[in-house]
Design a protein around this ligand. Sequence first.
Ligand SMILES: *Cc1c(COP(=O)(O)O)cnc(C)c1O
Length: 383
Amino acid sequence: MSNKIIAKDNERLLKLKHNIEQATNTFLGYPVSKDFDYSELNDFLSYPINNLGDPFEDGTYKVQTHEMEKEVVSFFAKLFRAQPNNYWGYVTNGGSESNLYGLYLARELYPKAMVYYSESTHYSVRKNIHLLNIPSIIIRSQENGEIDYEDFENTVKMNRHKPAIVLTTFGTTMKEAKDDVSKIKQILKHLAIYDHYIHCDAALSGTYGAFMEPRVPFDFKDGADSISISGHKFIGSPIPSGVIITKRSNRDRIAKGISYIGSLDTTITGSRNGHSALFLWYALKKLGVEGLKKRYEHSLDTAIYCEKKLKEIGVKAWSNPNAITVVLPKTSNEIKQKWQLATEGDVAHVICMPNVTKVQIDEFIEDMVNCKTNEEEEFELDF
Ligand SMILES: *Cc1c(COP(=O)(O)O)cnc(C)c1O
C-alpha cells in the first residue's frame, strides 16, 4: 500500500520536474536568470543554516553565513558608491522586502513624512506603504515609464511643510525606465525640503547600473539613502533573494530605538535564509565586477538585436536607453503563453536576461511572423 503511494508520488515529482524544465526553456517575459550553477554548494543543503539577526553583530546561533552575507553587502555598497565607513545592509527574501526595509527606515527617521512614487512603481510598494501606514501621493509617469519630474515638483510644492520620502525606480517593471535620482534631489533642494529620504528600487537594473554609459544617476553618490535589488533576477538563484543597502548612520538610529529589548533586531524577519547569502556570495566571487559587466554587455547586445529584428518584421518595438527590456505591443495569447510574456494593458515586453540567446530570439521572431499573418486575417474579417 505505502509502496504504491510512494510510486505515485515519485511519478508526480518526475512530472513536476519535467513541467518546470519545459517552462524554464521558453521564457522571455520575466526578469529571472536561469544560467546559474551552484552544484558546488550542494553539501550546504544538509545544514539548518539560518542567518538570524543582524549580519554585522555577533549572535549565539553559529550555523550561519554572516561572513559571506557581509561580503555581499560590501560588494554592492562599493558598486553603489556608498561611503566606505557608512553603509549597512543584509540579504533579504527579495526586492519587495528590501523596499519594505527602505521605507521602514525612512518612516522611522521621518514619522510625519509623505511618500511620493510614480504610477510605474512596482506593485509591492503600494502594499508596503499600506503596511507602514504612511500617507502617500502617486506621481504621473512619462510615456517611457520614467517619473514626470514636473508633476513631482508641483505636487511636492503643495506639501512643503512635510518631510518627503521619495521612492524612485531604477528599472521599472514593464518598460525598464530609470528615475533620475539627482534630478529628484535637485527638486527637493530647490524647494528647500531638508527633511527628505530617497529610496531607490533597483530590483533588476541596480546590479548592472554601474556599467551603463552614459550612467543614469541612481546610487548613494547621486543622492540615494538606500537601494534595493533582487538577487534572483540579474544574478540568478534557485531561491528568491534580495539585498538592501542603507547608510549605517540611519540604521543605527533605528537600532537604538529598539535597543531596550536588549537585542539589535534590525532586520524585518527573525529567521533569515542563509543559503541565499551563500549563493549570492558564490556568484559574485565567480563573476567579479568584470564578469558582471560582461553579463550586462551580453544582455544589452541581445536586446538591441531583438529590437532590430522585431522592427524588421514591422512590430513597433522600442526600449529605454541602456535597457535590456524590449517593449512591444501586446501579442496574441498563444505567443504570450508560450514565451510567458508579462503583459500590462496594451504593452508586453521581452527581457533579455543573460541566459537569453540570439537563437532564442530568432525562434521568438519566427513565432511572431507566423502569428502575425493570422492576426491580420482576423483584422480584415472584422471590417
Ligand atoms: C521584481 C521587482 C520588485 C520585487 O522584487 P521581488 O524580488 O520579486 O520581491 C520590486 N521592484 C521592481 C522594479 C521589480 O522589478
